[in-house]
Each structure stands twice: as structure tokens, then as C-alpha cells.
Design a binder for this molecule. Structure first.
Ligand code: DGL
Length: 272
């Protein structure tokens, strides 16, 4: 299985997959040298996405998950983004999970500016549950906060950012909030503190992992491995930096290896 993101956020998806399917061999690619994607143009995001998908395909994975709300929303509607390799993003799985959770029919959507600009979650929700009302917030500073380790629920910067971005969603009375960027679960405590306990948070990466596991089951694609597999990670920036932060994202009990895949290699792979 191949899982990729602009950075470390997609590890929230990889961690869930490893919990659900510990024997699957999962390859994770985090483009940490070029993060963030979510403040870039759609053209640039699509160019990076093509390169990331090509890198995953060179590892002969049986399924690719774009564990990135920004990439997922940019490629939405595109036919077969990974050619003949099954491909999933996070938008539809998260929208489906949120639609199943809401009681009052008001769903908040958070994401990077690029994701929110596409209205991808709104479109997915309107086809899954046409009666729900949505309120969105583009949270441009959340990814840099998380990538720089600012995740503590008591940190004043974190608290202030959460409040500024989420006030309109809180005012709307939403009872369910889509964390439409896979970095955001690392701010879940601060978000929950602000939104209140009754508001359910939907991790888009975890929702994609659950749906991917269902896909493997439905198409009889489970591995023959009998042992637990370590997570095989690639990063475009320093392996040391990746390792230092990955542990926090993955939690304890997940073994992983990290290798560097320089950006030049990622770019060249598309034309090769
Ligand atoms: N984890 C990515 C997402 O889900 C972050 C995008 C970014 O790099 O800005 O959108």
C-alpha cells in the first residue's frame, strides 16, 4: 500500500492503516522538503501530486492513498489519477463518515486554503447527504504549526489560532467537524477544547484508512504476509528531521524505517 502526503500529516492515515492491517506492507512518502502544499496554486499542487503518485507507482504498490486533503481535493473528478492502480483520496471517506455522525445536520469543514477553495468536501457531502448544512474555515496556519511541533492544547499560539479560524463554525452550531487536512488531528485536543466535547471530530486520514481496508476486503486484496510489517518511510528532506517528528505522529508501538528520496529524484521520475 502506498500512502503519501506533503509532509507528516498523512502519518495519521498510515498509523490507522497499520492498526487495521498490521501485516500489510505500507510505504509512506512525505514531501517534507516542499511542504506546505495547501497555500500553493492548483497547477503546482497537481504537478507535485503527479510526481508523488509516480514515486509510489515505482514501488509497485497495490493501492495508493493520497493522505492529503489538498491533493485529494485538487484531483477530485479526475479520472484514474494513478492509472490502473486503485487510488483513494480523503475527501469522500471523510464526508461519508461525517454524514453518518451528524445529528443536527450541521457539519463544519476545515482544510487548507487550497482545499477550501475547491469546495470539494461540500460537493461530496451534497451528494452523500443533500440535506446537511455546511460551514467552512480555511486554516492556513495549522499545517506550519503542526510541522513545527506547535500542537499543545495549552499553547497560547495554538489556542488563539484555533479560536480565530473556528469561531464561525462554532457559532453555526455544527455538531460534527471534518478535519479536512491530515495534519489537523494533531491539533484535535485544542480544537476539541474550543469546540466543546459534544462536537465530533472526523479525522480525514483515519476515515480514508478505514475505507481503504474495506476496499482490500471487498476485492480480496489482502496480503499473504503472516508477520507484522514495519512502515517504510521516504522523505524528500532530512531523514533525521523526519524521524524526530514521525514518532510523535505515529505514537508508540509502530516500527518504521526512513530513507531520503531527494526532490530531484521525485521530479525526474515523472519524465523517466
Ligand atoms: N496534510 C495536507 C492536507 O491534508 C497538508 C497540506 C499542506 O501541505 O498544506 O491538506
Amino acid at each position: 500500500m502506498g500512502v503519501f502526503d506533503s509532509g507528516l500529516g498523512g502519518l495519521t492515515c498510515a498509523a490507522e492503516l497499520m492498526k487495521l492491517l498490521p501485516r500489510e506492507h505500507i510505504i509512506y512518502f512525505g514531501d517534507t522538503a516542499r511542504v506546505p502544499y495547501g497555500t500553493r496554486s492548483r497547477e503546482t499542487i497537481l504537478e507535485y501530486a503527479r510526481q508523488d503518485i509516480a514515486f509510489m507507482k515505482r514501488h509497485n504498490v497495490k493501492m495508493i492513498i493520497a493522505a492529503c486533503g489538498t491533493v485529494s481535493s485538487a484531483v477530485l473528478g479526475m479520472e484514474a489519477p494513478a492509472g490502473d492502480t486503485p487510488f483513494s483520496g480523503v475527501v469522500e471517506p471523510a464526508a461519508r463518515a461525517a454524514a453518518g455522525l451528524t445529528k443536527n445536520g450541521i457539519i463544519g469543514i476545515t482544510g487548507t486554503p487550497a482545499t477550501i477553495g475547491t469546495a470539494a468536501y461540500e460537493r461530496a457531502l451534497s451528494s452523500i447527504a443533500p440535506d446537511v448544512r455546511t460551514v467552512n474555515a480555511a486554516c492556513g496556519l495549522f499545517v506550519p504549526l503542526v510541522e513545527n511541533g506547535f500542537t499543545d492544547r495549552d499553547d497560547l499560539i495554538v489556542k488563539e489560532c484555533v479560536k480565530r479560524y473556528l469561531a464561525p463554525i462554532k457559532e453555526s452550531g455544527a455538531d460534527t467537524l471534518i478535519l479536512g487536512c491530515t495534519h489537523y488531528p494533531h491539533l484535535a485536543q485544542a480544537i476539541s477544547d474550543y469546540m466543546g466535547e459534544g462536537v465530533r471530530l472526523v479525522s480525514s486520514g483515519a476515515a480514508a484508512a478505514v475505507q481503504a481496508a474495506e476496499h482490500l476486503r471487498a476485492y480480496d486484496m489482502f496480503t499473504d504476509n503472516t508477520d507484522k510489517q514495519p512502515l517504510e518511510c521516504y522523505t524528500t528532506d532530512s531523514e533525521e528531521l523526519f524521524s524526530a517528528n514521525a514518532g510523535k505522529f505515529l505514537g508508540s508501538g509502530i516500527d518504521y524505517t526512513v530513507r531520503r528520496a531527494p526532490v530531484e529524484e521525485i521530479i525526474k521520475g515523472v519524465s523517466a
